[in-house]
Write a protein that binds this ligand. Structure first.
Ligand code: PLP
Length: 385
């Protein structure tokens, strides 16, 4: 019996290793873009510390400043507003560290925002979303009537892809002399962002969501903010706001992706067509689309089939060669209850079945066709054209 079990396991492992992998988890981390890899080759003989005054150091500094300009241009803002960080999480941490009074937190924020907010010791008030996952603007207005606050609303949600009305939120926040922090980690590169026009105070970005390397990101700070308190002092790098020798490879690759932001955005917009085909079929197989009535990122679909738990479906898909995610997988890889779907009043029974497909620059139409054929076998139904 034990031997049969082992043989079965071996068969599954071999099948797993032989299967061609199709990656549908770009919201977790994008495949690295070839432009980022090419850049590695072009700078592979570069060395030195960007803070050194000698020639090598100066050429490192130039690479960093060029990247800063690319990122600033991609957001229509000034380069002196761009602070390089070790990623989205650190950018969030620095932005939230500024406030020790009152924080108003959108209920569907990323866990990093909740944790950074808690750490500040501020009073935290939750701003609810409606059943479509959109923040309640009247509620925000009435909360701010009671006094100013740092308001945290993400541009787009990592699980559902739901996009918030950031311009309207920014207008309300300005009316009450408050501050707006916007986590744009998922939105950047998927929808065009004009930082100056939106008049946001702080914005967090992450390189590995746009095809750069993990471990690099940026905090964008509005010119009206005169002074902010750094968390890491170190040698005073990044205008004294984030000490420590800069991550040259991460930053330059990030800059290279930022240079291509218009192209990356239009690539992502085209993926909407694939998401529409996918969702039409999921519904015809009896599935449910979360946030189906809301504006969403063009590359993201979160859905559930009534009878199949997310971890079971994830395993089936993984064995068949598809890398997908449950909307709410944590760093340990376990599927846990989604606070995002809970905030949208979704029943636990259906939210525990939620699977997220997120597409990116290397996704092909044939990948979607293959996935639909897989579902066709699972549900014994025919794919719609
Ligand atoms: N914010 C959102 C919405 C995210 O999706 C993520 C990463 O998944 C983060 C923040 C954290 O970014 P990073 O991985 O660069 O720390």
């Amino acid at each position: 019996m034990f031997l049969v079990g082992l043989l079965h396991l071996e068969h599954l492992i071999i099948k797993f290793m032989e299967t061609e992998r199709i990656y549908f988890d770009y919201n977790a981390s994008s495949l690295i873009r070839k432009e980022a890899f090419n850049l590695l080759e072009s700078i592979n003989k570069s060395y030195g510390n960007p803070s050194s005054v000698h020639e090598e150091g100066r050429s490192m500094r130039d690479l960093i400043e060029i990247s800063r300009t690319h990122i600033a241009n991609s957001l229509n803002t000034n380069e002196k507003n761009v602070i390089f960080t070790s990623g989205g999480t650190e950018a969030i941490d620095i932005a939230l560290n500024q406030n020790n009074g009152r924080i108003i937190l959108n209920s569907t924020e990323h866990v990093a925002v909740f944790e950074s907010a808690k750490k500040t010791g501020s009073t935290i008030e939750i701003l609810e979303v409606d059943d479509n996952g959109i923040v309640n603007l009247d509620k925000l207005d009435s909360m701010l009537q009671k006094g100013p606050a740092l308001v945290c609303v993400m541009f787009a949600n990592n699980e559902t892809g739901i996009v918030q009305p950031i311009k309207k939120i920014s207008e309300i926040v300005r009316k009450y002399n408050s501050y707006l922090f916007c986590d744009a980690v998922q939105a950047y590169g998927k929808i065009k962002i004009n930082f100056n026009e939106l008049d946001i105070h702080f914005m967090a970005l992450s390189a590995h969501k746009v095809g750069g390397f993990p471990g690099s990101g940026a905090l964008i700070i509005n010119e009206s903010i005169k002074k902010i308190a750094p968390i890491t002092l170190g040698g005073g790098q990044e205008f004294g706001l984030r000490g420590g020798t800069e991550n040259l490879i991460g930053i330059t690759a990030f800059g290279e992706c930022a240079k291509l932001i218009d192209e990356i955005c239009s690539e992502n917009q085209k993926l909407k067509e694939y998401i529409n085909i996918l969702e039409k079929n999921i519904e015809s197989f009896g599935g449910f689309i979360f946030g189906g009535n809301s504006q969403r990122l063009p590359n993201t679909s979160l859905f559930a089939f009534p009878e199949i738990k997310a971890d079971t479906m994830l395993m089936k898909l993984d064995l068949a060669g598809y890398s997908v995610s449950s909307g709410s997988a944590c760093s340990s890889g376990k599927v846990k209850k989604s606070h995002v779907l809970e905030a949208m009043n979704i029943d636990d029974k259906i939210s525990s079945n939620a699977i997220r497909i997120s597409l990116g620059w290397a996704t092909k139409k044939s990948h979607i066709t293959n996935l639909l054929n897989f579902f066709e076998d699972v549900f014994n139904k025919t794919v719609l054209e």
